[in-house]
Structures are given as structure tokens and as C-alpha cells.
Design a protein around this ligand. Sequence first.
Ligand code: SF4
Length: 266
Amino acid sequence: MSPATGTIFRIKKYALHDGPGIRTTVFLKGCPLSCWWCHNPEGQNRQPEPMAAKNGAGPSAADAETIGRRVTVAEVVREIEKDLVFYDSSGGGSTFSGGEPLSQPAFLHALLQACREREIHTAVDTSGYAPVETLAALLGLVDLWLFDLKILDESAHRRHTGVSNRPILRNLRQIAAGSGKVVIRFALVPGITDDNDNLEQLARLVRSLGTVSRIDLLPYHAAAAGKYRRLGKENKLRVLKPPTARRVAAVENFLTSRGLQVQVGG
Ligand code: SF4
């Protein structure tokens, strides 16, 4: 097996919302984006970092911790393999998320290769922001792409995520052209991603790609507020309220009326 190592910040067992069946989700650390609504801000920095205690006490407090650790591919695969019996009975497998998993391409490649050798189904949850060569090297190893689409207007995308959406859209089209299976994940963030123009452009793009099976509509929630505080990071959406159930249903209906299969939640 490859000796490649990488940095992760969590392994979630028995995950039910990161692809089909029961899964083990591995969260890789580091992301080139800085989405205002990010609910995993502890995944953005590539390096391990301190997270203060919940009550703001110093680094010696019991629940103060360091987020992120270096691991080998073999260690991660050993953890994934522990639940083979659940994957087999549920049609599950492993999911690589983050952060942005494509930001550690050699490590991700080695993990995917190891899963392929063991016939473990793989999903990659990605923003799609990566060099074209990175994507090309992974295409044949990923069974399902969980592809996060955000904002179709380029300048609004830059403003709210820090990067252009051009590489993202190019990569999505490349996956679709190669017949890769894709589920689109769309965070519904009031006042940022939920305007009619963005929804219409999203629907048009997804319809034009033959291999997208579904859109997962993910209503914004403020559950990560405590993590921003503990990391000392600015939370730009501190006062934003989640969308109402009525608004979520309206967006679901809108996308369904455009011929798309929609699921609320992951
Ligand atoms: S791409 Fe995902 S992990 Fe990266 S900042 Fe955006 S929401 Fe967070």
C-alpha cells in the first residue's frame, strides 16, 4: 500500500447522509474556499489548529483540543475496513469529505485506490475547486461524486467563497462528460444562494448534465456558530436565520417543476 500520509480532522462512523447506505466518512483538512456559511470551519486550515474550550477557558481546559492530525493511508483504511459488514448489508462504503478532499490529491488518490482494491464503494464530497489534472487522475476511482454547487454568478461566487467558480463548473462538466455519477449538493442560504436567478441557473445547468441523479437541498443552519467562536474565526453569518420550512418547500417545488429530482437534506 502507498506510504502516503495526509491530515484529517475527523472520521465519522455509521454516517447515513454522505452517500448511499451506511458509510464511514473521512474528513480531510484544508480547503481553498472560505464560504460564508461553512459549517466545518475547523476543516478550512490545512494545518492542525487549537480549538478553545466551549466556555472559552484556556488551552488546559478538558474540552480544549487540537483539530487535525497526520495519519497514514494504512491507518485510515484500517478504520474504514472495520465496518465492511455494514457496507455489504446496506450498500454503503466510504466517503471522503472535508474541508476539500481534492486539496490533498496524493493522499486522496491513495485512499481511493486502496478502497477500490478492497471493492469498497467510494464517494467524494467536494466543492469541485481543483486543477484539472487532479480531477483527471481521480475520475476512474470515484463511484459517486457529491458535488457542492453554490453560486452560478462568478462575481457573487468570488465574494461569498473567495474563489472563482470557473474551475468548479469546468470540473463538473468534465465529470459529467466522463459519465461519472453525480449528486449535486446545494446549500440554501437566505439572501446569498436562494435568489430566483441563481436557482434558475442552477436548474438549467443540472438539466444539461446527463449524469446528475439528484439535488440535495441543504437548508442553512447556524449549528457551527460555537465552532467559529472556539477557533477565533470570524462568522460572517452570525445573525442570519435559517430558511423557513415554507421557503425550503417553495425552493424544492421550484426545482422539481424544472424536472429535477430533489431531496431535502443529505
Ligand atoms: S468548500 Fe466546503 S469546507 Fe470549504 S469553505 Fe466552503 S463549505 Fe467550508
